[in-house]
Design a protein around this ligand. Structure first.
Ligand code: ADP
Length: 443
């Protein structure tokens, strides 16, 4: 039938658009490696390669109670972590959802909310009073910040859809400390780190072969351990060359402002141009959980407009930007039935659209293309670090976390296949799955 031919034709077109062949990946890896190198040379580079002032790994013998507060992008998590030594720990966690308004409202209100959640966690969940000894708190704040100390972090720019005014250019620790004082929260803010650095250190605490921490969540970024001798922009501090320092790459910014290396589709361009930060975080916008559902939705919307999909149906619910979460792509891909009953359910329940089997098969294939491209782009970034640090010879583990990594079917396998496409069989050594981020283990 005519329909059958058109759907197959469409799929072939999208396959060509979204597929990353090994050659293309290898070129990207090389460019990313050069970009990382550049970011370590001087301040102000597009990929800022941020020194975190985390000096080396934990030894594994650390013990004691620590609070962690994680402002990720979708949720706020507050945890009490009890380190027990020998790489063992326990965790107690409460999760609070952030509203879209909170992401755009004045920054002080956002940090007041964090302080309030922390206060309620300490008193209600832990049953502690302000007379108890102040617990040390590490603040996981996963947006690009300039750091000159571990407890000081100046926000360079918001990402992941945040736009809260009066925070960019300011020290997040100072703003947060004011909020803590306002709510009389009895804690001592000892450090600010990104989720990637947290994942790196926490995963290494449990498995010392871990050399890279990576996040595939609302956003996407990675951290690894560098020696100060390889960070020329820190020379003026006079630290010994062999001093270790965790670097948060902030690779989401790769190819930003004047994109020339990434194989962007028109859907990626639309997402960028209609975002609250056009031109920024271009790599992240092709990979991260915040955006994949939207890439998918934009393709469908275009086909609907052309009369190639959901003919005669009211598609108004599907026409709303960001109406389709990346979690739906996961659900479609993991539908075990021949009839694709889950896909039927998603479209009829959430969008009021009845689908044909062919349309559902098309949707599932499209989700796979978009999810696979994300994993393979992520593999390119990881390969660039592996190659830069020479980890291929010895092999290493990568600590990975985030809902996209943890919940998208086959995401880890696709990264793995990507690494093999880049490095050949040697790529098999690299990625040992270890999902281990102290603040997210129960997430
Ligand atoms: P954060 O990065 O904000 O700390 P998460 O790691 O939970 O938080 O990531 C949230 C992102 O993960 C959201 O953008 C959401 O779309 C995506 N997500 C949530 N559930 C799933 C799922 N089942 N499959 C794929 N992506 C998911």
């Amino acid at each position: 039938t005519r329909d059958k031919r058109t759907t197959a034709d469409h799929l072939a077109k999208y396959e060509a658009m979204f597929t990353l062949p090994p050659r293309r990946m290898q070129t990207l890896v090389k460019t990313m490696e050069e970009t990382f190198h550049k970011g370590l040379q001087k301040d102000g580079e597009t990929v800022p390669m941020i020194p975190t002032f985390v000096f080396g790994y934990a030894g594994g013998a650390e013990i004691g109670e620590y609070l962690a507060l994680d402002l990720g992008g979708t949720n706020l998590r507050v945890c009490l972590v009890t380190l027990k030594g020998q790489g063992k720990f326990e965790i107690k966690q409460t999760k609070y959802k952030l509203t879209d308004e909170q992401k755009q409202d004045d920054g002080r209100k956002l940090f007041d909310f964090c302080a309030e959640c922390l206060a309620s966690f300490i008193t209600d969940d832990l049953g502690r009073t302000s007379e108890d000894q102040a617990l040390p708190l590490s603040f996981t704040f996963s947006y690009p910040c300039t750091q000159s100390r571990i407890d000081h972090a100046e926000l360079i720019r918001w990402a992941k859809g945040f736009g809260a005014p009066n925070v960019e250019g300011h020290d997040v620790a100072a703003i947060f400390a004011e909020s803590l004082a306002k709510f009389n929260v009895p804690i001592k803010l000892t450090s600010i780190i990104s989720d990637t650095t947290g994942t790196l250190i926490a995963s290494n605490y449990v498995d010392p072969s871990t050399k890279i921490g990576v996040i595939f969540g609302t956003g996407c970024n990675a951290a690894y351990m560098e020696t100060v001798g390889n960070i020329p922009k820190m020379k003026h501090l006079g630290m010994p060359d062999d001093q270790e320092m965790a670097i948060s790459c902030e690779w989401g910014a790769f190819d930003s402002f004047v994109p020339q290396h990434l194989p962007r589709t028109k859907y990626d361009v639309i997402i960028d141009e209609t975002s609250n930060k056009p031109g920024e975080q271009v790599f992240e916008k092709m990979i991260a959980g915040l955006y994949l559902g939207e890439v998918f939705r934009l393709v469908l919307a275009e086909m609907v407009d052309a009369g190639d999909l959901f003919l005669g149906q009211n598609t108004s619910k599907l026409e709303k930007a960001y109406a389709l979460d990346t979690a739906f792509l996961s659900l479609m891909e993991s539908d075990p039935t021949d009839e694709l009953l889950t896909v039927i359910g998603i479209f009829s329940y959430f969008f009021g659209i009845e689908t044909t089997l062919e349309e559902r098969q098309f949707c599932r294939s499209l989700a796979k293309l978009i999810g696979t491209r994300a994993a393979r782009l992520g593999a390119c970034g990881l390969a660039a670090i592996v190659s830069k640090k020479g980890y291929l010879d010895k092999g290493c583990s990568i600590g990975a976390d985030g809902s996209l990594y943890g919940k998208y079917p086959g995401f880890a396998d696709r990264i793995h296949e990507g690494l093999i496409d880049i490095f050949g069989e040697a790529g098999r050594q690299v990625l040992r799955r270890s999902v281990m981020h102290l603040t997210k283990v129960l997430g």
